[in-house]
Ligand binder design. Structure first.
Ligand code: KG4
Ligand code: ZN
Length: 348
């Protein structure tokens, strides 16, 4: 079976193709996974502009499709999967309209996919995973648009335990990076500056709050953290604000504050629900320091809990995760997709 998937929920135009060989223990082969990033376009604005993103998706989709098909050696497609939410509405529609034309031409079915669910299954490229050993799990999805702690009872059975009440963690990285004049997206550049910070040689120790960390719920608030960073920044002389020492110190403390809150709440949920694993996903899960500290803390505090971290290239938005979710939906005879329609605020 060949699955083609389309992802246009935010600022990345993605098309991927996988081949599932059911004879060979359902071996999944990635035929192509093309992501055309719009970073250069949105950089100027320090964030994503929906209508600009839509225009770019429209321009990119035929080119990305051609490239993905060529790389996959033009196979016969059996099913087309497409992201229907959550995401930016004009962007979602661009992908869905492209998918609709394609399924009409190919006379195949269209499978609508939830973007958040796909971030979870970005971890399961190899079907050697026995979901009975993975679930129940706690999944932390952290991206530019979302920060959610999800209880995954089993495939297709989800409960959102908590989420951000304002900004997403990735948004916080992006906004503080913009304040420091580091450009967009903020996560990777904050990670780089944080790594260069040397605590013993720096007199500029910054201390930021860990919002909502000890509250008895699984919600987050990253807007307060961003504001605390902004106040600190404003209280400095322009010369200090622009200095590398200050930038590195701020990047380090911001990253650590975000990591502390994410780890504390995720592990707390894993303990409360007595799960078998913790699954990370979304752009922020590409952060190497976050990955390192997650692994270390799980090993220390939750002996028998496995930790799934997506391959760094599958952490940020891509269409491969959409193909995988479509595959698992079909494999599990999950009929949810028959009812799903485009919804910018789609929830699990
Ligand atoms: O999942 P994603 O590609 O798109 C959304 O669905 O939002 O996530 C993008 C977000 C951006 O906010 C970006 O700054 C953040 O992920 N990000 C990172 C890193 N790489 C991307 N945040 C922290 N560290 C990184 N290395
Ligand atoms: Zn995403």
């Amino acid at each position: 079976m060949i699955i083609l998937a389309i992802e246009t929920s935010c600022d990345d135009t993605g098309i991927a193709l996988i081949k599932v060989d059911s004879k060979k223990k359902a071996k999944i082969k990635v035929l192509s996974n093309i992501v055309s990033s719009q970073i250069e376009i949105h950089k100027k604005y320090g964030g994503v502009y929906p209508f600009l993103a839509k225009r770019e998706h429209e321009k990119n989709l035929p080119l990305v499709f051609e490239k993905a098909m060529k790389q996959a050696k033009n196979p016969k497609i059996d099913v087309v999967a497409v992201t229907v939410g959550p995401g930016l509405e004009p962007c979602l529609w661009t992908g869905v309209n492209f998918a609709k034309k394609l399924v009409k031409k190919l006379k195949v079915s269209m499978i609508p996919i939830n973007h958040i669910e796909a971030h979870i299954y970005a971890n399961f490229l190899k079907p050697k995973f026995d979901f009975k050993k993975v679930f129940p799990a706690i999944s932390l999805i952290v991206s530019g648009g979302h920060t959610q702690i999800i209880l995954v009872k089993t495939f297709g059975d989800y409960k959102i335990l908590g989420e951000t009440r304002d900004d997403a963690a990735g948004e916080c990285f992006d906004k503080v990076a913009r304040m420091l004049g580091l450009g967009y997206p903020g996560g990777p550049v904050i990670e780089k500056k944080a790594k260069e910070f040397k605590s013993r040689t720096s007199k500029l120790e910054i201390s930021l709050p860990r919002p909502m960390m000890h509250q008895k719920n699984y919600d987050f608030s990253f807007s307060g953290l961003k504001t605390a960073a902004l106040y600190h920044f404003k209280s400095q002389k322009p010369k200090v604000q622009k200095s590398q020492k200050y930038i590195k110190s701020m990047a380090h403390e911001l990253q650590q504050a975000i990591i502390d809150v994410l780890i504390y709440k995720t592990l707390k949920a894993a303990k409360e629900y007595n799960v078998k694993s913790i699954i990370l996903g979304g752009g922020v899960s590409a952060n190497k320091e976050l990955r390192k500290q997650f692994k270390k803390n799980i090993k220390k505090e939750l002996l028998n809990v496995s930790c799934y971290l997506p391959d760094v290239k599958y952490s940020t938005d891509n269409a491969l995760m959409i193909t995988l979710t479509a595959y698992y939906l079909l494999k599990n005879k999950d009929k949810r997709w028959k009812k799903t329609i485009v919804n910018a605020n789609l929830r699990l």
